[in-house]
Ligand binder design. Structure first.
Ligand code: RP5
Length: 308
């Protein structure tokens, strides 16, 4: 068998058995929301050093590049945050599971330069950790809970132009930036992603933390059951406004779909924890969402063949 035939055989096998979700690879990704302007919600104004599109990637020379060094004062000394990189007690195991802290990236092996992990996409105009707790990847999970939009007669509504079914997803309004977003959150050390997905949805969209234990009811059991089967639609880097050259967000986004609208699709939503608002939002390409959440929603729309 010659090399050409072998290559195409391997390619076909990868397509047949490979991941059916989007997975960001390190090669030539771009980021936009963590570049230009100011670092979000910093104590003082923190301007990002300008990084034009063509200078994002580390392998492109940019001798003038002087990123602003910023680590938020409030993360220092927190139990959920790493110490300074030079702290004598800090011996991070990069690119692997470090105790119960996951320092592996979904996008491949990231580089370490002068002790600091390097953002796998490239320059952001800020070095240090910004307001992220971990050096390197900060892992999150995003539950995308969907149902079909229905008329008052409970019939599935079709879009007037595309004539396709309209998907709705549970969106929260973030307390920090006031942008609408998927109700995701950080994976705690040692926590499995399936637990994070459920926990974050309970906290942000059903206000589980604001309720007394005796208020936990039948609805909670419905949600717990509903979260047993989800489909991963994205795994990788997030273009999050908090990213820096040395600390960045990554996520696993999973779709949980209520086909009949009779399960989670019927429950009353209530904003809690980091959310100031929650609602079912129609899916379409004009949505403006936090970070790169629109990409994950697009992947769900594609999977469900809904209006976009
Ligand atoms: C985004 O930040 C992730 O996609 C996830 O939605 C979120 C996690 O951060 P917090 O909401 O916990 O701040 O990058």
């Amino acid at each position: 068998m010659n090399v050409f035939v072998l290559y195409h055989l391997l390619l076909a096998l990868t397509q047949m058995f490979g991941a059916s979700f989007r997975q960001a690879s390190q090669c030539r990704m771009m980021h936009f929301k963590c570049r230009g302007g100011f670092y979000p919600r910093a104590e003082n104004t923190v301007a990002r050093f300008p990084v034009p599109d063509e200078k994002i990637h580390w392998d492109i020379d940019y001798p003038e590049y002087k990123p602003t060094n910023y680590t938020a004062a409030h993360i220092k000394g927190q139990s959920w945050a790493d110490p300074e990189i030079s702290h004598p007690s800090f011996h991070p195991q990069w690119n692997q599971l470090d105790g119960n802290v996951n320092r592996k990236s979904h996008v491949g092996v990231y580089k370490i330069e002068n002790l600091f992990p390097l953002n796998p996409v490239g320059r952001t105009g800020v070095c240090g950790r910004g307001c992220l707790g971990r050096w390197g990847p900060n892992h999150a999970a995003d539950p995308i809970v969907t149902r079909w939009k229905r008329t008052s007669n409970n019939e599935i509504e079709l879009h007037s132009t595309s004539e396709k079914k309209i998907l709705q997803f549970v969106a929260i309004q973030r307390r920090d930036t006031r942008e609408w977003a998927i109700p995701g959150g950080m994976v705690d050390p040692g926590e499995v992603v399936t637990t994070t997905l459920k926990r974050e949805f309970f906290e942000e969209a059903l206000d589980a933390l604001g309720r007394k234990p005796e208020q936990l009811n039948e609805a909670d059991a419905i949600v717990a059951k509903f979260f047993e089967s989800g489909e991963t639609v994205y795994k990788g880097y997030v273009d999050d406004p908090r990213n820096t050259d040395n600390a960045w967000m990554e996520t696993v986004a999973v779709n949980f779909h209520d086909e009949t609208g009779l399960s989670v699709g019927k429950l009353p939503l209530s904003a809690g924890d980091d959310a100031v608002n929650v609602r079912w939002m129609d899916v379409g390409k004009d949505l403006e969402l936090y970070a790169s959440h629109i990409e994950f929603i697009e992947a769900v729309a594609e999977k469900r063949n809904s209006h976009w």
